[in-house]
Each structure stands twice: as C-alpha cells, then as structure tokens.
Design a protein around this ligand. Structure first.
Ligand SMILES: [Zn+2]
Length: 339
C-alpha cells in the first residue's frame, strides 16, 4: 500500500528518490550509478578490466584471468569527472552502519585508499568496503556512525598495483563481506611470517565477499523483499568440511548460521561440519558429537559439489587427484576460520 501511495506521488510530479521508492533491500547503491537495473546496460554500470573486455570482468566472481582469478566485488563505473578527467562521483554508505576502518595510504594496498563499514542487517553483521578512493570525507573516523546514502568519500583511482587504473575505467570497487576471524592478525603472523599486514583484521583476506549484485538487484522497485539471512543461508555449497574445533569467533559472530543437532547437544560438541560456498564463505555450521566424527585430522573434507566446482573453480579450495581433497589454499582458508 505504501509503495502504491509513493508511486502515485511520483506520478503527480513530485520528486521521489529511488531509495524511497525501493525499500526492498536494506542496501543502497554506493554511487549515483544505478544502471544495474537496466537489462542490456551492464557496460554503463560495470567497469571492465579493458575496453575490449566483457562487462563481466568488472562483476563479482571467477571473472579475471580467463575465469581463474577471483574478483571479490563490483567495479562500479564513474559517472562524472573534473576538467582533468579525474572521477568526482560521491561515494555513499550502502546502509546505516559504523565506520570500522579506513586507510589513507594508497601504497599499502591494492585497494588504494579504502573504507570499511559495519552493518547489522536481519541480525547479521556485514561489512561493506569501498576502494580506490581519492579522498575520504572530512570528519570520517573509526567509530563514527553513518546513515545509508551519507557521502563518505570521493571516487578515485588509487591502488598499489603496477597496472594503474586508467581514467577511462575509473570506478569504485565495492564489496559486501563477512568477517572471518577476530584473531586474524595472530593467524597472519603465524602463517605468513615475514609478510606485512598493515591493516590488522581489516586486511581483505579476512573479509570474505558475497555477490553484491544479487543484493543490490533486490532494491529494484517491485522486487520481492530481501532477507540477508536467507540470502546467506541460501548460498550454494561448494564443499563441506569437518573441523575438530569448537570455539572460534565465527560461531559467536554468526550464531544464526549455526544449525541444530540434538545428538551433539546431548553428547557434547566435538566439532563442526561447515558448508562453504565457492568463495570460501562459511554459511552453515552443524555441531557434531564425538561419536559422529571419524578420523583424527583437525580439518577433513566431507564432500564436494562437483557442478559448483566446475562452475566456479577459481578460489582453488579443493582439487580432484583421484579423490577430492582440500588444497593448501583450502586448508589455509579453513585454518584461518577456526584459528
Ligand atoms: Zn575491483
């Protein structure tokens, strides 16, 4: 009813913002570029890696290096620039939230200057990330609360990669993530000795991306109501692993993803069977009793969804050598989760 009323107002010639019309998703576009809603106009929304490349190279997934490299966000194309050709698009918070981190030292990350904001939607924590910024809004600081649509930065082309971002593909790199582990810094020190971690827990490796395209499309007027929790729970399983670990931060951060198992409740939890999507996002954690666990290994592969592996192989979490097994990358990803 409300939507109908708002539409009538719009027809009456009053200015109604897209955000008001489309209250279906708790997340808004981070810039004024909304061309994602218009089928066939993908090239106006996504910035491909080169002019002769498909728009999909600017989307989320196994879209780089002939499908063998993951791109964990959306590259949303610039709509406006100054006389020198530099992007000037305001970048806005995708939802109400709290600023957790920003980095103004472009040389310290392939994200360049970037911001991380924490949101709680449907009781679920989600972290938005905005990268390659030229300037961060004055007054923004960790701990500051922001409103959806509030300007937090100006689009830019900052990055520390040798391949610069050209003016013609200026974009904001936008991610929506789960946070893997509060103990990331300690894990990093132990597992990657000698390597620098300039961003603590806000290192991109500790933020596991979901496809923001699906989430933003839910904002389209007329789309059915979006539930972040259902979206997370409804991820397609790449594989299932069993871990002999019972106390890791993810369980407390995402209790809504922990399933019920009366047997484990009765006998005591000795581990968790964890469903991972192709990007390594843990989206279902089933407690297991000792009597339900075979094998002594701390991390075991239980099953692989082969169709999903073939559709999205680029994270290389599992490999088939005769039988399926976790790769070193897969073991590392799960090890980081339960550290
Ligand atoms: Zn990107």
């Amino acid at each position: 009813m409300i939507l109908v009323a708002v539409r009538r107002l719009a027809l009456a010639g009053l200015l109604v913002s897209g955000a008001k019309l489309a209250a279906q998703s708790p997340f808004q576009f981070p810039t004024a570029n909304h061309a994602l809603f218009e089928p066939g106009k993908e090239l106006q929304f996504f910035a491909p890696t080169a002019p002769d490349r498909s728009w999909t190279t600017g989307s989320f997934g196994c879209v780089r290096t002939d499908g063998w490299q993951m791109h964990e966000g959306l590259d949303i194309r610039s709509l406006q620039h100054d006389r020198r050709g530099e992007p000037t698009d305001p970048v806005m918070a995708t939802a109400d939230g709290t600023v957790m981190y920003f980095s103004t030292k472009a040389s310290l990350s392939n994200y360049g200057k970037y911001i991380v904001i924490r949101h709680v939607v449907d009781g679920v924590e989600i972290y938005s990330l905005y990268a390659h910024l030229s300037e961060i809004a004055p007054g923004l600081a960790p701990g500051k609360t922001v409103r959806a649509g509030e300007v937090i930065a100006t689009m830019g082309r900052t990055s520390n990669t040798s391949e610069r971002i050209g003016q013609e593909r200026a974009h904001v790199h936008f991610e929506l993530n789960v946070l893997v582990n509060d103990n990331f810094s300690a894990w990093f020190k132990k597992n990657l000795p000698g390597e620098r971690n300039d961003h603590g827990v806000w290192n991109g490796q500790n933020l596991n991306g979901l496809d923001p395209r699906d989430i933003l499309l839910a904002e389209r007027p007329g789309a059915k109501k979006f539930s972040l929790l259902e979206f997370l729970r409804g991820q397609t399983e790449l594989c299932r692993v069993l871990v002999r670990a019972t106390d890791f931060p993810y369980l407390k951060r995402y209790p809504a993803l922990v399933l019920k198992n009366p047997k484990a409740e009765k006998e005591g939890v000795a581990g968790y069977e964890i469903a991972l999507n192709y990007n390594g996002v843990a989206f279902a954690l089933l407690p297991r009793a000792a009597s339900e666990i075979k094998g002594a290994a701390k991390i075991q592969l239980v099953s692989v969804n082969e169709a999903e592996y073939h559709a999205h192989p680029c994270r290389k979490l599992v490999v088939q050598h005769g039988r399926w097994q976790l790769t070193d990358k897969g073991l590392r990803e799960v090890g980081m989760l339960i550290y």
